[in-house]
Structure formats: structure tokens, C-alpha cells
Design a protein around this ligand. Structure first.
Ligand SMILES: *Cc1c(COP(=O)(O)O)cnc(C)c1O
Ligand code: SF4
Length: 366
């Protein structure tokens, strides 16, 4: 299993296969580029994945129609944490295509967050005050079946370097802007060279205080967290925040702890989780996750209800179920290990907090 994978990239700021990395003194060094090699050695076939995990292939009957819409993609690092022979494994469920994805529903759309309406040609999404979100690339090291950007028209948001600089120059006029959020796809699919030039371009924004990266790489491809990357983040003038995207305690093994330990030297570490039916929709799973995150030096930030995106409706649960689960988390965890339970509604000026089920919090005896 070493089929070369074509990584779809959005323009010139891409994850290049070239192993050229900027060293601390700014010169271009020859790096081994091992994380790029791992990207070429991913699982992309559900048949191969099923065989590797000792799963009966019959249970995954003819999913080609599903993978044509959204291909399977998973790193060996992620797959190594999946229990063999268990079709209900919470990590497997995040990546294995499912015939349910072909069901249509009136409750879901291709663009649940109305991102089209908020997105400029250069792939900048501006919904909230003081923050601008950059969609840097469509590429990811893993394809999450519930992804809310699975239908995002990345190709309409190609970034040329020129467009990029123009965008930053435009943003620089806004005196309110304090934070740039790098998203995608996965911003750490860009190589260090591209990230370095992006960071230097962002220095044009006068009021910029923080740069935030939303990424699954520290957990799905810990090898991406290299010393040159750490040095790059260290050299950044603004505070850097890395928001991990880990959904289940089983995703955190020693390599993930190590990667985050390195990151922690130079940035603040947070995590966001998506609450997914059949994956992590129990208070026990969430409580375990909070503990595991803390042990890895990461604080829980958001627990998102899944967005109502086409093909991922089977991951959604009733808001009341989520509220009950959340009340249980509140009673079992110290406040700093409780993420904020939120959902996104394009009509609001921030993510919308969901209340815990108060009857579950009520003291029964006095
Ligand atoms: C989620 C999101 C942000 C960040 O919101 P925070 O509450 O600061 O984490 C910013 N812009 C867009 C478009 C978002 O979807
Ligand atoms: S890593 Fe993020 S953007 Fe990429 S498929 Fe998963 S949820 Fe979607």
C-alpha cells in the first residue's frame, strides 16, 4: 500500500513536495521531508483499509459511489490507533465512507454556514469582529466524513501569491482586525516555506495580535511538527495559538503528546471537538477526552454540534441529547476542562452557546 496520492491544492501556496525548509537563520536547508513522504503513503482505498484492520469487506459493500463524492484519506498514524476487527471503532467511523452519505435530507445543505456569502474570492471568511479566517488550501491529511467544508468550492478560491498579498493589504486597512485564523483544509499542509512567507505577509496588518492555526496535523500526522516548524512559530512576532481537532481520547497516543509538547514551547494549545453520533456522543467519552487533552497540555475550547451538511446527517443528534450530555460533563469535570458547547448559525455574530439541560444539574436532595 503505497499508492502515490495526488494532493489537491488550491493554488501556489500549496503543500509542495519539495523538502526545502527555512532554518533559523533564514537560509534554505535541505530537510528530509519525511512528513511529505507520509502523505504519499496514506490509506485511500476502503478495501485496503478494511483488510488492514481485519474487517469483513462485505460489511463495506460497494462504497465507490460514496468515495467518488469524497475520497477516503487517512494517515497511517491515525489508522494505527484504530482497534482491529471493530467496525464500530470511534476513529474508524470518522474516516470510513458510509452508504448513509448518499441519503438526502431536507435538513441538510451543501453550505450550512452560508460561507459562500461571507467569503471573498481570495478565500477569506469574515463573520465575526476582530477576526478573519483564511481558507489556505483544500488539502487535508485525513478526510473526516462529517466535514462541513466537504462541498466547499475550493477551486473558486485559488490563491496566487499576488492575490494573497492584495488580500492582506486590504485587511490591513481594517483597524479592528486583531486575529488571523488559518484554516482550510489544513493550514499545516502548507510547507514551512509557504507558511514563512505567509507570516511575513501578515506583518502588514498593523493591529495584528494573534495568529491562530486550526489543524488536525499534530494528531493525524505528528511528524509534521518538526524543529524547523517550531522555530518558524517561535520567530513569529504575534502570539500563536494552535487549535487541535481531536474528537476522541483514542486519538491521543505518545506521538501526539510529543508533538504537542514541542508546540507548547512556542504557542498556546487548545482543542475543538465535534460531537458526533456513533463516535463520541457519550459523557464518558467526552470526559475521558478532556482528561487526555489536559495530560497532553491542551485545553478543551469548543465542543461543536455537527453542522447540517449534506451527506453527514447521520452524525447529527438532537440538541436536547447534547444538552443532557453536557450537563453530565459539567458535574464530572473541573470548569477548565469543560469545552464550550456551541453550534454555528450564520445569522449570529458569534458561535451560539447551547445551554446544559438544567433539570440534570438540579440538586435532588438538600
Ligand atoms: C469559528 C470561526 C471563527 C472563530 O471564532 P472563535 O469564536 O473566535 O473561535 C472566525 N471566523 C469564522 C468564519 C469562523 O467560522
Ligand atoms: S481535517 Fe478539517 S477540513 Fe479536513 S476533512 Fe477533517 S474536518 Fe474537514
Amino acid at each position: 500500500m503505497s499508492k502515490a496520492v495526488q494532493i489537491p491544492v488550491a493554488g501556489s501556496m500549496e503543500a509542495s513536495g519539495e523538502a526545502r525548509i527555512i532554518t533559523r537563520n533564514g537560509s534554505l536547508g535541505d530537510a528530509p521531508g519525511r512528513w511529505q513522504d507520509s502523505l504519499k503513503d496514506m490509506f485511500t482505498s476502503y478495501r485496503e483499509l478494511a483488510a488492514f484492520l481485519d474487517l469483513p469487506i462485505a460489511a463495506f459493500d460497494d462504497l465507490d459511489a460514496v468515495t467518488r463524492q469524497f475520497p477516503l484519506r487517512a494517515t497511517r498514524a491515525f489508522v494505527s490507533r484504530i482497534r482491529r476487527g471493530d467496525p464500530d471503532d470511534p476513529l474508524l467511523r470518522q474516516i470510513m465512507p458510509d452508504a448513509k452519505e448518499l441519503q438526502t435530507s431536507a435538513a441538510t445543505t451543501t453550505d450550512p454556514l452560508a460561507e459562500k456569502a461571507f467569503t471573498t474570492q481570495a478565500g477569506v471568511v469574515r463573520k465575526y469582529r476582530h477576526r478573519a479566517l483564511f481558507i489556505l488550501t483544500g488539502a487535508c491529511a485525513i478526510h473526516c466524513r462529517y466535514c462541513f467544508r466537504r462541498h466547499f468550492p475550493y477551486e473558486q478560491h485559488r490563491q496566487s501569491r499576488q492575490l494573497w498579498d492584495d488580500t492582506v493589504a486590504e485587511l490591513a486597512i481594517d483597524p479592528e482586525l486583531q486575529e488571523i485564523i488559518l484554516s482550510g483544509g489544513d493550514p499545516l499542509m502548507l510547507d514551512d516555506h509557504a507558511l514563512a512567507s505567509l507570516f511575513s505577509s501578515l506583518q502588514q496588518i498593523p493591529g495584528l495580535q494573534r495568529i491562530r492555526l486550526h489543524t488536525r496535523m499534530p494528531s493525524v500526522l505528528p511528524g509534521r511538527i518538526t524543529s524547523p516548524l517550531i522555530e518558524l512559530l517561535r520567530s513569529c512576532r504575534q502570539k500563536v495559538i494552535v487549535v487541535n481537532h481531536i474528537n476522541h481520547a483514542h486519538e491521543i497516543d505518545e506521538s501526539v503528546v510529543q508533538a504537542n509538547r514541542q508546540l507548547r514551547e512556542v504557542c498556546t494549545l487548545l482543542n475543538q471537538t465535534v460531537l458526533l453520533k456513533g463516535v463520541n456522543d457519550s459523557a464518558r467519552a467526552q470526559i475521558e477526552l478532556s482528561h487526555a487533552l489536559f495530560d497532553a497540555g491542551i485545553l478543551p475550547y469548543y465542543l461543536h454540534l455537527p453542522d447540517a451538511v449534506d451527506a453527514a446527517g447521520h452524525f447529527m443528534m438532537a440538541a436536547s441529547t447534547a444538552s443532557e450530555l453536557y450537563a453530565e460533563m459539567l458535574t464530572a469535570l473541573p470548569g477548565y476542562l469543560v469545552p464550550r458547547l456551541v453550534y454555528e448559525d450564520p445569522g449570529y455574530l458569534s458561535k451560539v452557546p447551547l445551554q446544559p439541560a438544567l433539570e440534570s444539574l438540579t440538586r435532588k436532595t438538600l
